[in-house]
Ligand binder design. Structure first.
Ligand SMILES: NC(=O)c1ccc[n+]([C@@H]2O[C@H](COP(=O)([O-])OP(=O)(O)OC[C@H]3O[C@@H](n4cnc5c(N)ncnc54)[C@H](O)[C@@H]3O)[C@@H](O)[C@H]2O)c1
Length: 263
C-alpha cells in the first residue's frame, strides 16, 4: 500500500511532538517541521523511522516551498501546530511582539496551508487541521496579539474550507483549552494557579497533548470525511462554563413553577 504522509509543523515541542508521534502510530509517515532543531532530534530519537525531520520556518516562503517540494508525494494530512505567544498588556505591547505572533500563528498557517494545498489539489484530496486556541474564541488577559491571531486562524480555516472543498480538501480547526504542555508549562508550574484553573474546568482537569492529538487525528481521518469548516473546541467544557462557574443560592434550585427564574 502507498505511504500516507502527514506534515506536522511545530513538531519539535509540546502538542506538535505528541501529534507527530500519534500520527506515526496510526500508520502515517510524518514530515516533522520546526525551527527547533534540538526538539526535532529528540522527536526523531523517540519515534524513529516513522518521521523525517526538517528545520523549517513556517513564515519563510522559500523555506516552506522547498520543504513541500521535497515531500515524496502529496501529503494526506497537514497539521499546522507551530505557534508562539508573547504575553503583555496591550497598552505596553510593542509593535514587534504584536507582529511576531500574527506572523507565526496566522501568516505561517496561511503560508504552509496554501503551499501544501497546491499539491493536495493536484492529487484531488487532503485534510488540513489548523491549531487555534480557546483564545481565538474568547479574550484572555494580557494575551496580546495571540488572541487576535488565533481568532484569525479560525476564520482563515473556514475560508480555506469553502475555497478548497471543490478540490477535495477538507479544512478544520482544533481549539485547545487549558493544556498541560508546551507553551503553558510556566503557567502550570505554579500549584495554586494550577488548582484554581483545574477547578474552573467542568471536567475538573487540565487537558493533555493526547486529548488534542485524538481530536486532530479524528478530523484528519476518513471517519471525518463529511466534516469541513468546523472548529472543535477541546477544553473540557471551559468555554461553555461562564454561567456554570457563577455562585447560586441553593434555595432557588427547587423543581417547580413558583420559584425565581433566570440564570
Ligand atoms: N499549550 C497550550 O496550553 C495551548 C493551548 C491552546 C493552543 N495551543 C496551541 O498549540 C500549538 C502548540 O503549542 P505548544 O503548547 O505545544 O507550544 P510549544 O512552544 O511547545 O510548541 C510550539 C512549537 O512551534 C515552533 N515554532 C514557533 N515558531 C515557529 C516558526 N516560525 N516556524 C516553525 N516552527 C515554529 C516552536 O519552535 C515550538 O517547537 C500552538 O499553535 C499553540 O498556540 C497551545
Amino acid at each position: 500500500m502507498a505511504e500516507k504522509w502527514a506534515v506536522v509543523t511545530g513538531a519539535g515541542s509540546g502538542i506538535g511532538a505528541v501529534v507527530a508521534g500519534a500520527a506515526v502510530k496510526r500508520g502515517y509517515r510524518v514530515a516533522a517541521w520546526d525551527l527547533n532543531r534540538e526538539g526535532l532530534d529528540a522527536l526523531a530519537a523517540d519515534i524513529g523511522d516513522g518521521c523525517v525531520t526538517r528545520a523549517c520556518d513556517v513564515t519563510d516562503e522559500a523555506a516552506v516551498e522547498a520543504a513541500v517540494a521535497d515531500l515524496p508525494t502529496s501529503p494526506a494530512v497537514l497539521v499546522n501546530c507551530a505557534g508562539l505567544v508573547r504575553f503583555g498588556p496591550l497598552l505596553d505591547l510593542s509593535l514587534a511582539d504584536w507582529e511576531l505572533a500574527l506572523r507565526v500563528n496566522l501568516t505561517g498557517t496561511f503560508l504552509v496551508a496554501r503551499t501544501v494545498a497546491r499539491r493536495m489539489a493536484a492529487a484531488g484530496q487532503g485534510s488540513v487541521v489548523n491549531i487555534a486556541s480557546i483564545n481565538g474564541v474568547a479574550a484572555a488577559p494580557h494575551a496580546g496579539s495571540y488572541t487576535a491571531s488565533k481568532a484569525g486562524v479560525i476564520r482563515l480555516s473556514e475560508q480555506q474550507a469553502m475555497e478548497w472543498a471543490p478540490l477535495g480538501i477538507r479544512v478544520n480547526t482544533v481549539a485547545p483549552g487549558l493544556i498541560d504542555a508546551g507553551m503553558s508549562d510556566a503557567i502550570y508550574a505554579d500549584p495554586e494557579v494550577r488548582r484554581v484553573r483545574e477547578g474552573a474546568v467542568p471536567l475538573k482537569r487540565l487537558g493533555t497533548s493526547d486529548d488534542i492529538a485524538e481530536a486532530v487525528l479524528f478530523l484528519a481521518s476518513e471517519q471525518a470525511s463529511y466534516i469541513t469548516g468546523q472548529c472543535v473546541t477541546v477544553d473540557g467544557g471551559l468555554t461553555k462554563a461562564t454561567l456554570a462557574n457563577l455562585p447560586r443560592p441553593a434555595s432557588i434550585d427547587s423543581v417547580g413553577t413558583d420559584g425565581p427564574t433566570g440564570s
